[in-house]
Ligand binder design. Sequence first.
Ligand SMILES: NC(=O)c1ccc[n+]([C@@H]2O[C@H](COP(=O)([O-])OP(=O)(O)OC[C@H]3O[C@@H](n4cnc5c(N)ncnc54)[C@H](OP(=O)(O)O)[C@@H]3O)[C@@H](O)[C@H]2O)c1
Length: 231
Amino acid sequence: MAAPGGGGSCFVLGASGATGQALLKELCAQRPFSRVTVIGRRQMSLPEGCGVAVEQAVVDFERLGEHADAFRGHDVGFCCLGTTRSKAGADGFVRVDRDYVAQAAELARAGGCKHFVLQSSQGANERSNFLYLRVKGEVEKLVEAVGFDRCTILRPAVLLCARQEFRPAEWITQRVLGFGARFFPTAYSVPVETVARAMVACVVQPSGEKVEVLENKAIHQLGKAVPQLGT
Ligand SMILES: NC(=O)c1ccc[n+]([C@@H]2O[C@H](COP(=O)([O-])OP(=O)(O)OC[C@H]3O[C@@H](n4cnc5c(N)ncnc54)[C@H](OP(=O)(O)O)[C@@H]3O)[C@@H](O)[C@H]2O)c1
């Protein structure tokens, strides 16, 4: 468990994405770790002067085994990695959302990581007929099987976020569910900031369970309840 306002180290996969960016902000604001390593495929601008040493490792995900160093010495690993079928094709989607994530988890465990926090999806199910949900179910099982001391799986519903890139289907869904959230705030959607706060909250709170699965409602509750650590 990360010490509130304490030392320790974590890494973040997918830090350039919508949830990853929110998570990085939260890690800098709450400061549960003194060192954060962003592991990604390209350079990104990093926050400065927040009291946290934020470092960057640029890796080739097709040769992840050659980047074992990036995964060494972290207490906690956060994974917000993912692509879409429309961007990467079906095979590319499976490669990123399942294979890259599972391989990263293996490297993290070998490097001493005790707690892995995986952003999955509402409805994840390895027996689903839908590719997206099946792959999410498969990656959950693969990560669980790695054998971390603790594994937290978050299953958010539709993410509410302001995205630079335009995804038409997501845009329409966000508009509809954003409106619906007034009536059913925890059922069908969740802001990325809430997911990020829940991710930070889960590492500072003890859990009796080796594997815990947080559904959308639990993410809302945890994301709301996070204490202010860095003050
Ligand atoms: N959208 C939703 O409503 C929703 C709902 C539930 C769960 N989820 C899941 O939540 C996770 C995070 O979603 P998000 O919308 O926050 O993600 P996002 O904004 O699409 O960001 C994805 C991250 O993955 C990285 N990535 C994508 N393709 C890659 C590749 N080929 N190689 C290496 N890195 C790659 C991106 O890096 P670059 O910046 O370099 O591209 C980025 O950092 C995903 O697994 C998604 O499936 C999404």
